[in-house]
Each structure stands twice: as C-alpha cells, then as structure tokens.
Design a binder for this molecule. Structure first.
Ligand SMILES: C[S@@+](CC[C@H](N)C(=O)[O-])C[C@H]1O[C@@H](n2cnc3c(N)ncnc32)[C@H](O)[C@@H]1O
Length: 291
C-alpha cells in the first residue's frame, strides 16, 4: 500500500538553471535543504559563505562565555532568527530549564520552530513566540523573569538573501523591506508617503547620506512624472539618475547610496532598537543580558 502511495506522488522536477552552478536564491535547491545535502552545506561554509536560506550565528562562544548559562535556568532569546544561538544556549541547559525565543518574522519563525523541534527541543524546554521584543515586559509578565537575555539585533541572512522579501538591492525584488509582511507598510509605500524634506532628513539622520538632497529630489521627480518605485531595481535606477553628475567609478557611489537608503528605511532602524530594555525582564541583579 505504502509503495503505491509513493508511486502515485507526482514527480516534481527540480528548478533548472543556466551554467554549471545555481546562482539565484531559488535555484540553490541543495543549500535550501540543509538536512538532505549536508556535504554541500559544509562546502559552502568552508568557503567562507553562508548557504542560501541559512544564517551563521556570530560570536557564539563569546556570548556563551559571558552568559555562563547553568542547567535549570530560564532564558530569553529576543531575536530567534535561524535559531543558532538558541540551540547553543539550549545545549548549555543540558535538558533542565527553559528558553523562550521571540521573533517578529512569521515566515522564518515557522521554519526555525520546525528545525528546533526536529532537533529534539520540545515544548517542555523551548517556547517560541511571534512577538516584537519591544514587548519584553509583557513576555516577562506572562512567563516570569529571566536569568539571561540575548538580543542579536538586525536581520538574518536568509531574510536578506530571499529576493521575495525585498531586503536586498543586489537582486531585483519587490521593495518590501519588512520583517513581518503582514504588518505595517512596505518600504515602497513608505517612500510614496514621505515629502521631499522628510526623505532628505531621513537619509541624513538615519544614514549620513552625503547626497541626501539629490536623491530626495530625484525620488520626488520620479513620482511627479507618474513613475513607480516598487522594486529594488527601480530604486537603483532612481539613485543612478540622482548621482549622474558624479565622476568615474560611479558604481561604488550608487551602491553606497542604495545601502544608506535601505538602512534609513529599515524597520529595525525605525522601531526595534529604541524599544529594547531587557534589564527589566531579568530575575535579579545577577541576571545577564547580551545585546
Ligand atoms: C541577526 S538575526 C538573529 C540570528 C540568531 N541569533 C541566530 O543565531 O540565528 C535577527 C533576528 O531578529 C529579528 N528581529 C528584528 N527586530 C525584531 C524585533 N523588534 N522583535 C523581534 N525580532 C526581531 C529578525 O527577524 C531576525 O530574525
């Protein structure tokens, strides 16, 4: 019977790509299935790259040395991401204690939950909540105070790499730039709402962009001409037009300006950083926070 079911399954062709190696995110089918293609993953990491759909955690040993996690403790990871830090902290608990993991991203949180559950971390030791860490006090109110808190601020590689998420100007994608696509407005909508002065001010204050005036002017001109800036590629074109007066080797300026514009529009910049006060969620003065 089982055998028949297997035979009935429609054959799914893997995505085709040009050349000998997949280049686009969605073509990297081996990297996107790390459990199945462990050798590929190891090869990519050995080369110093991050496999598609994955995130390599930073300063793991330094964080563990600082937090000094003991079995039986209760901890909070404010930024679960791929779950790399959470996993290492869970190992330190040696099966006793509890970790709560928060993330605002409804897409990656599902995959990370699945990954950690499959790795053997059940609800008895790990609770994952889709929540903004700005609500850390509410989490502490509901689940009690913590012995240690980690906040690894920013975004995860798999969010940046996936063109559909609109976090990168390196590949064409929608100008979304949102950790939670179900909430708030996209970067494209935000750009449409702003005045020229606001765009210029935002570029100066959030990103120290030296060509803030020229870029803000070109964005407004584009809208006035009835053109849209809905994709990362369209935004790149606007910046290229704004910086047309620059001398040779323009590419570096375009890239820097795009980077700065992305930085100033970024939700992490806008909402997360000022709202984190982990100390109030700690059990006592001996509790440790790593941000
Ligand atoms: C640098 S990654 C964390 C990577 C993680 N430490 C690991 O080892 O895989 C940052 C994560 O924080 C999440 N994030 C950013 N701002 C947040 C916020 N205000 N509340 C909760 N999560 C947030 C992002 O969605 C992203 O997954």
């Amino acid at each position: 019977m089982e055998e028949n079911k297997e035979l009935e399954k429609p054959h799914k062709r893997r995505v085709r790509y040009k050349g000998t190696h997949p280049r686009k995110f969605e073509e990297k089918y081996k990297e996107l299935q790390p459990e199945k293609y462990k050798d590929t993953i190891e090869k990519v990491i050995r080369k110093g790259s991050t496999p598609a759909g994955m995130h390599i955690s930073i300063c793991v040993q330094e964080i563990l040395d600082f937090l000094q996690i003991q079995p039986g403790q209760k901890g909070l990871d404010c930024t679960l991401g791929y779950g790399g830090h959470t996993r290492k902290m869970l190992e330190c608990l040696q099966g006793e204690g509890h970790i709560y993991g928060l993330d605002v991203d409804p897409i990656e949180i599902v995959k990370t939950t699945d990954r950690l559950r499959k790795a053997g971390y059940g609800e008895d030791i790990l609770t994952i909540i889709q929540q903004n860490f700005r609500n850390i006090d509410l989490v502490a109110e509901e689940h009690g105070l913590f012995d240690f808190v980690l906040a690894d601020l920013g975004v995860s590689s798999m969010q940046i790499d996936n063109p559909k998420r609109g976090f990168s100007y390196k590949v064409e994608g929608p100008l979304y730039l949102r950790l939670n696509p179900d909430k708030g407005i996209s970067a494209a909508e935000r750009l449409r709402e702003l005045t020229r002065d606001e765009i210029e001010g935002m570029l100066r204050e959030n990103a120290d962009e030296p060509y803030a005036e020229q870029i803000a002017k070109e964005i407004m001109k584009t809208f006035r001409q009835g053109e849209q800036i809905d994709t990362t590629g369209q935004l790149k074109e606007v910046i290229e037009r704004a910086l047309v007066f620059l001398p040779d080797d323009k590419e570096i300026f375009y890239t820097l300006s795009l980077l700065l514009l992305f930085q100033s529009l970024h939700p992490t910049k806008q909402e997360s950083v000022p709202s984190l006060s982990p100390c109030s969620a700690l059990r006592n003065s001996g509790g440790k926070t790593s941000v």
